[in-house]
Design a protein around this ligand. Structure first.
Ligand code: GLA
Length: 389
């Protein structure tokens, strides 16, 4: 990984080239993978993400002409320059919606305009939260420059509002919390209801393990239909059970009333069963990580999480299923799809010495199925959002 100082200097120089003036500073926010706890956040349950080494960097300066100028190294042809007063949900669209949504959410606290240059290496559309990395880097910048009273939880809400209210993706707080609150060497055990969190040490290297990220090359968008459908199904299930959120269902047996003999009842039962068992899996993984020096023990729980997302929540894809099956057959400790679903990446918990072999088995399986070659990287539990320069 390139050192922070170097990344900060590069973003500063690029800002100067783009805007002809120095930025006030440079901030970075990482992408994430979730070890376990998928689609639990908007059900007020538990999550356990780690921050990635890959980040988005934002070089930022305030301006007094009430305009927002946004430039991205990844989208050089999509520059945005408009009056703050013209910001509105969906406008600007595309990548610029995330930083624009942050500016909009902070309009009363950060008067005037802002110039932002962003650069990053969190791959987009792969379930690794490139969008949260983008919005959190800008939110942290504006907090430091103009709104020091904002707490970390406030910043999570600002970044989430950019995504929910401005871009129109009905996500929970997993990604933004991971990007802002994770620390190096740890997973973040977060209760999304009361926002209490704990850092859980996750030293995979000491155990001879790595967390391999396999990008299946199929992309997703949470502003599309599937994610929102699942969210509404969970809300309906909670309503039928008479609980504020599925978090409040104590166990699978308590889901029985959903099974009213209709297809809809059967569907809601499956969706809710994923959430209830997934919350239990988060607690189980946290218990295992605290109780043993051997993180291999969490492998089967990760694989069970995949089966639940595939069979009960029905958000996996043939590519993700093939990846997980091939990894486990090749001897990985466990594997599962990550993120919102309908494409993106899987994680594979595997012996460091077996990475090449397991990668090869997955790649050959993809070839045999006629899928494009997957791309792999390593998820090393890394630092959360921070100022670089
Ligand atoms: C996406 C959303 C998160 C969360 C996950 C699924 O990443 O942005 O809020 O719901 O999907 O766990």
């Amino acid at each position: 990984m390139t050192p922070d100082a170097e990344l900060g200097a590069a973003a500063r120089a690029a800002f100067v080239t783009a805007f002809g003036a120095e930025p006030e500073g440079v901030w970075a926010a990482p992408g994430r993978v979730n070890v376990i706890g998928e689609h639990t956040d908007y059900n007020e349950g538990f999550v356990l993400p780690v921050a990635l080494g890959q980040t988005t960097r934002a070089a930022v300066a305030r301006r007094d002409d009430a305009r927002v100028a946004l430039i991205s190294a990844q989208h050089p042809d999509q520059r945005v320059d408009l009056a703050v007063a013209d910001l509105a949900p969906g406008s600007p669209a595309g990548w610029a919606g995330y930083p624009a949504g942050v500016v909009q959410a902070l309009r009363e606290r950060v008067p005037g305009g802002v110039s932002v240059f962003v650069d990053g290496d969190v791959p987009a559309g792969m379930g690794l939260s490139s969008s949260a990395a983008l919005s959190c880097s800008v939110a942290l910048a504006l907090r430091d420059l103009a709104a020091p009273e904002l707490s970390p939880a406030d910043l999570v809400d600002v970044a989430r509002s950019a995504e929910n209210d401005f871009v129109g993706a009905p996500t929970g707080i997993l990604d933004q919390s991971a990007s802002l609150l994770c620390t190096a060497g740890n997973a973040l055990f977060l209760d999304t209801r009361d926002r209490s969190s704990e850092q859980v040490p996750l030293d995979l290297a000491a155990a001879g393990l790595v967390l391999l990220v396999v990008d299946t090359g199929t992309t997703h968008s949470h502003a599309g239909g599937g994610y929102g459908d699942r969210r509404r199904e969970c809300e309906r299930a909670a309503q039928r059970l008479g609980v504020p959120a599925l978090r409040d269902v104590p166990d699978v047996a308590a889901l029985a009333p959903l099974d009213d003999g209709t297809d809809d009842g059967a569907l809601l039962l499956r969706r809710a069963r994923h959430v209830v068992t997934e919350d239990a899996r988060v607690l189980e993984v946290v218990g295992l990580l605290r109780g043993t020096d051997d993180p291999r023990a969490i492998g089967p729980v990760l694989s069970a999480g995949h089966a639940s997302l595939r069979d009960d929540f029905q958000i996996s894809t043939p590519e993700l299923d093939a990846c997980v099956a091939a990894a486990v057959e090749a001897g990985a400790a466990g594997a599962r799809m990550v993120g919102g679903g309908f494409g993106g990446s899987a994680i594979v918990l595997v012996e460091a010495g077996s990475v090449d072999r397991v990668t090869d088995v997955i790649t050959r399986r993809f070839g045999a199925e006629g899928y494009g070659a997957p791309r792999t990287s390593l998820a090393v539990p890394s630092a959360g959002a921070r100022r670089l320069a």
